[in-house]
Design a binder for this molecule. Structure first.
Ligand SMILES: [Mn+2]
Length: 367
């Protein structure tokens, strides 16, 4: 895979940005998780640590990646020093001198924290908020990848549904969607697809079962592809045969709530306001129907990233964020409805990254 000129500049800029942040507080920064490491350096291996301070940038990894790591780093145009080390913490302690070491506390095990603390002279400081903010505004190369992941998802869902027959089970459809995504260029599914027919749709995170889909009248599909590390996320309701009046009403109400919330999105709006619009629009519209989760989340290298769109969130939406809006109503033991789209926050509103049809009801047999 070729790396564009833009991307080469981007990775160097990202590293420079974090090192400037270090310089401002005379501190060091380490990235321990593969997502942050990939974002900073382009290295895609499963094990490594990126160490940054105002004067130095090092990627530590193990001998399995002795060949891959320098190649990937060079391809992304960053002059990170690559060191193969079984135990990099002594080196990190030496490099850090008396400075504090900042890291993402959400990505660091307790034992790793204790180990670093025992070796360094400075303190270990949780820089979780800084790490979240680093990646929440997507640059052009990231948006292109996320948009491609979304397009692949839509193509795969379309083909998989066209092949649906009376025998197809939830598990088979989930598998078919996944393999079609790979056929269309995805690395894999961004998360295990949720394929929930009939009563299973009442569970927001149902595991696909051996139930035959066409024995039921409605299907919930929550799928996303991973394209070059970047995720997409989308949920569609598929009417299989005539929905009951209540199901049709629930589906329409959730879709209307989603549309209304999306129309309100603009830079500067509070995430909790978007959540409130959905919650106000769908609470108590169906007897026994509950909205069991938050309205949405950021998407990028990880399927769930900053910001969070729920009633407890203090996050503010900003231009360049990629987020989901996914209200749902679930009636225990009966059925559930959720509509989810992936959206890019623009300077004045949003751009839909998932463009897949939304059909509430099956076409009348005589119409
Ligand atoms: Mn989602």
């Amino acid at each position: 895979m070729m790396t564009s000129e833009d991307e080469i500049i981007l990775h160097s800029q990202r590293l420079a940005h974090v090192r400037e942040w270090c310089a401002e507080r005379n501190a060091c920064f380490i990235a321990l998780d593969s997502f942050a490491i990939r974002w900073l350096t382009g290295f895609t291996g499963s094990n490594g640590i990126v160490y940054l301070d105002p004067d130095c940038q090092v990627l530590f990894t193990d001998s399995r990646y002795a060949e891959q790591a320098p190649v990937e780093i060079a391809r992304h145009g960053v002059d990170v020093k690559c060191e193969i080390a079984l135990d990099p913490f002594n080196s990190i302690a030496r490099l850090s001198r008396k400075r504090d070491v900042h890291l993402d506390g959400e990505k660091c095990s307790w034992s790793t924290k204790e180990k670093i603390e025992s070796l360094i002279e400075g303190k270990v400081i949780n820089a979780h908020k800084f790490c979240q903010e680093l990646r929440c505004i997507k640059d052009n190369s990231e948006i292109v990848k996320i948009r491609t992941a979304a397009e692949i998802t839509c193509m795969a869902l379309d083909s998989a549904l066209a092949e649906l027959n009376a025998e197809t089970t939830e598990r088979e459809l989930a598998r078919n969607i996944e393999s079609l995504m790979i056929k269309h260029g995805a690395l894999n599914a961004a998360y295990p697809p949720i394929v929930a027919a009939g009563t299973n749709s009442a569970l927001p995170h149902a595991s696909p079962s051996n139930q035959r889909i066409c024995d039921t009248n409605l299907l919930l599909v929550d799928v996303g592809a991973n394209y070059e590390g970047y995720c997409s996320d989308m949920t569609r309701m598929i009417p299989l045969s005539k929905l009951t009046q209540e199901q049709e009403y629930a589906s329409q109400m959730v879709l209307d709530a989603q549309t209304k919330a999306i129309e309100a999105i603009r830079p500067g709006i509070k995430a909790k306001e978007i959540d409130g619009i959905c919650r106000d629009a769908i609470s108590n519209v169906i007897p026994g129907g509950e909205f069991l989760h938050g309205t949405g989340h950021g998407v990028g290298l990880e399927i769930h990233e900053y910001p969070s769109i729920n009633s407890r969130s203090d996050d503010i939406l900003r231009e360049g964020m990629v987020i989901t809006v996914e209200p749902g109503i679930y009636i225990q033991g009966s059925y559930g409805v959720r509509w989810e789209d992936l959206l890019l926050v623009t300077d004045s509103g949003v751009e839909y990254l998932t463009n897949y049809e939304k059909r509430i009801q099956v076409l009348d047999s005589n119409g």
